[in-house]
Write a protein that binds this ligand. Structure first.
Ligand code: PEP
Ligand code: MN
Length: 364
């Protein structure tokens, strides 16, 4: 089924759809006071949509799992006193009913929930007959079909005000970011569903308040429609995601520093060539990150060799690598001679680095 979605723009009166659409608020609603203090500051800075998690899907039990329904009247108060629209995460039909009962304006589906078609279907069924905007985070695993499937389920239940949230993908290895952005996935989503707005979540991608600016800028350069950023009156004391939250004042600095380089997608449609170039950029980023990691492992090998008095160059191992990589080249549709040429350079650099490590170690 290719692009049969019937998507309507999100219409919240008074909210301009000019890029970037900004949604901000704490990871979790903790207390009425924390919610109100944060909301007042954000509203004073012109934020129009307030987010707060009421039910929190946590990786391990025993951590704060959200205040639950008692937090919904706090959000009603936010709406009444600041005029901001409110958004919460829902993961079950019951949570949808509660959120709607308390006049929540926007719902979002969390990354762990998007990964589960039964849960998404349950939410879609619960929302049948409503016209509430729903934002769907990417699934934790890098599976575009699963993400698109969630939009289809909601759309088939009559939910038309839809948008995607790109929050990055879970990886086992430790990287600079909490969740790997894999920009090629939202780019491909845009190619497949050009009418669907995409909002970037630099908070959950980076996991680090110091890196939000950089990722938010990248999202703007890639023509994303909006940003959802976690903001807390006092991030250091937050009950969840403390490291990645920013004060409302810090958020303002981030937003003011953003350079919005392009017009909206309607003004200047991105061509397929732009999409393909973005894919190349992303693949190169992965290639170089991988090469950097390879060099680090190589230096660890040097240390091992030093400690065990083994020579750096071992011809047998090098031959084995070349032979094996030739085979892998073919499996990946690459010319083996080209791959061997690349490996000769990589190997040379690797040997140089091992030599440097050995020299440093022998000085000690
Ligand atoms: C959140 O937005 O606080 C959240 C739980 O995010 P995610 O589903 O992206 O992990
Ligand atoms: Mn969070």
């Amino acid at each position: 089924m290719e692009n049969t979605l019937d998507i309507k723009p999100i219409t919240l009166e008074g909210v301009s759809l000019k890029r970037p659409l900004v949604i901000a608020g704490p990871c979790s609603a903790e207390t009425e006071e924390q919610v109100m203090n944060t909301a007042r500051e954000l509203a004073a800075n012109g934020i129009k949509i307030f987010r707060a998690g009421i039910w929190k899907p946590r990786t391990r039990p025993g951590t704060f799992e959200g205040v639950g329904v008692v937090g919904l009247p706090w959000l009603q108060r936010v709406k009444k006193e600041t005029g901001m629209y409110t958004a919460v995460e829902v993961a079950t039909a019951q949570q949808c009913y509660e959120a709607i009962k308390y006049g929540i304006d926007v719902l979002w589906i969390g990354a762990r929930t998007t990964a589960n078609p039964f849960a998404v279907q349950e939410i879609a069924d619960a929302l049948r007959g409503t016209d509430i905007p729903v934002l769907v985070k990417n699934p934790v695993n890098p599976d575009l079909e699963l993400w698109i499937g969630a939009f289809e389920r909601l759309n088939q239940a009559g939910v038309k005000q839809l948008a995607a949230i790109h929050r990055g993908f879970s990886v086992y290895e430790k990287t600079r970011f909490r969740n790997d952005p894999q920009w090629q996935i939202p780019i491909e989503l845009h190619r497949r569903l050009p009418q669907l707005p995409i909002i970037n979540d630099p908070s959950h991608i980076t996991g680090d308040s110091n890196l939000i600016q950089e990722v938010a800028q990248e999202a703007m350069d890639l023509n994303f429609e909006g940003l959802i950023i976690e903001s807390h009156e006092c991030p250091a004391r937050a009950w969840s995601d403390a490291k990645q939250q920013v004060t409302p004042q810090h958020l303002q600095l981030i937003l003011n520093a953003l350079v919005i380089r392009d017009h909206s997608i309607e003004d200047k449609p991105r061509t397929e060539l732009d999409d393909l170039r973005m894919k190349i950029d992303e693949l190169d980023r992965q290639l170089l990150s991988c090469l950097g990691k390879r060099m680090q492992v190589s230096e660890k090998i040097a240390k091992y060799k030093f400690e065990h008095s083994i020579t750096i160059l071992q011809q047998g191992r090098y031959e084995e690598i070349l032979q094996n990589r030739r085979m892998q080249a073919e499996q990946n549709g690459l010319n083996p001679d080209f791959v061997v040429k690349v490996y000769e350079d990589i190997h040379e650099e690797s040997v140089n680095r091992q030599n440097n490590v050995m020299k440093e170690l022998s000085k000690k």
